[in-house]
Design a protein. Structure first.
Length: 353
């Protein structure tokens, strides 16, 4: 979302008031089933809470756009990462991904400091993180100086040494906006890959080689712009598409799906955020050219009160059955979402890594 288009904090609509303003017609209008919180009946409240998990399961957490937590400096980003630290064992959390738009104004040092304080808490507790570059995280998207300064690639070598669960990491041209972390969990390999905002052709080629090199891994891709809130892949027809940011060499979500995501049997999930002008969550389930299931998930709560009210996502994978549970939680409101777009199961194809 372009900075100039952003509503001022005082004018933001909460999820509930947004739906009310739409006369509750949004669901039927676009075929999505996001339920306004507060309208849920008592029996469904917090039923999205996942069970405490056993040794055959692992989780990773996805942080949606945190830009307003940083510009408001309201402490919510810190509460989110602190919850992860406190629940590391309960949910066997192995990785934290960030969808990008970490900060709102990349020229404001204070916003980077707020973000760094929140992420540093994960670093101190030996929780690996892979951060995506959002359009708000750089004055010049292809040269994100401050993103590289505050979250340099050197973080990954430190994590590799200290955690040992990161068996390998790599980057494109040495920069953190295109990077991967390889992680061994039990006897399985997980590969987490972040791609820059609307990646260049050469980056997509690099990503393809990385995935091929680590074949039979459970691959999770995170990139800021991929799926829109209406559940469609990003393209030139959408508002806030990549061409509006002065990028010539870039892949849309549609092209990324066609040329990379759908062609790999190993890519299981793609996470993205970026633009919100309706529901805060969307899911698109597709099948690659080899028939494999790919879960594509959009989540972005930035237009809710307090810059998102602390909502974040957790994906729990059963490494025996490959059934997975997607949960959404806010430590700010201490609530697990029961919304079917935020609380659902994905049965990944069985395969042996
Ligand atoms: Fe964005």
């Amino acid at each position: 979302m372009k900075a100039k288009d952003l509503a001022k904090p005082g004018t933001m609509l909460s999820r509930r008031s947004f739906i009310k303003a739409m006369g509750y017609s949004l669901t039927g209008l676009i075929g999505l089933t996001n339920t306004p919180r507060g309208l849920l009946n008592q029996t469904s409240y917090n039923t999205g809470k996942p069970p405490i998990i056993g040794p055959s399961k692992m989780s990773y957490v996805v942080l949606p756009d945190t830009q307003y937590y940083c510009s408001h400096n309201n402490g919510i980003f810190q509460r989110m990462t602190q919850w992860i630290v406190e629940n590391l064992t309960t949910y066997n959390i192995k990785m934290v991904l960030h969808e990008g738009d970490i900060v709102n104004d990349p020229t404001r040092i204070r916003q980077w400091e707020v973000a760094k304080e929140a992420i540093d808490n994960l670093d101190r507790n030996s929780i690996p993180t892979l951060l995506s570059l959002g359009n708000h995280d750089a004055v010049t998207i292809r040269n994100p100086i401050d993103f590289r300064r505050y979250f340099p690639v050197s973080r990954y070598s430190v994590l590799e040494d200290r955690l040992r669960s990161i068996s390998e990491y790599g980057t494109y041209e040495g920069h953190p906006e295109n990077a991967y972390l390889k992680q061994e969990v039990g006897k399985h390999n997980f590969l987490y890959l972040t791609l820059e905002f609307a990646p260049r052709r050469s980056v997509v080629e690099w990503a393809r080689k990385v995935i091929e090199k680590h074949s039979h891994s459970f691959v999770v891709v995170v990139t800021h712009l991929f799926l829109y809130h209406d559940g469609s892949l990003s393209g030139a027809r959408h508002p806030h598409n990549a061409s509006l940011y002065g990028l010539t060499d870039h892949y849309t979500g549609e092209k990324l799906w066609e040329d990379l995501i759908s062609r790999s049997s190993d890519i299981k999930v793609v996470h993205s955020g970026h633009h919100v002008n309706g529901p805060y969550s969307a899911v698109r389930e597709g099948h690659g050219v080899n028939g494999n299931r790919v879960s594509q998930q959009y989540a972005n709560y930035q237009d809710m009160y307090n810059g998102g009210d602390g909502w974040m996502r957790m994906v729990t994978v059963d490494m025996e059955t490959w059934e997975s549970k997607v949960s959404t939680y806010t430590p700010y409101g201490d609530e697990w979402s029961s919304d079917p777009l935020e609380n659902f199961n994905v049965n990944f194809d069985r395969w042996v890594s």
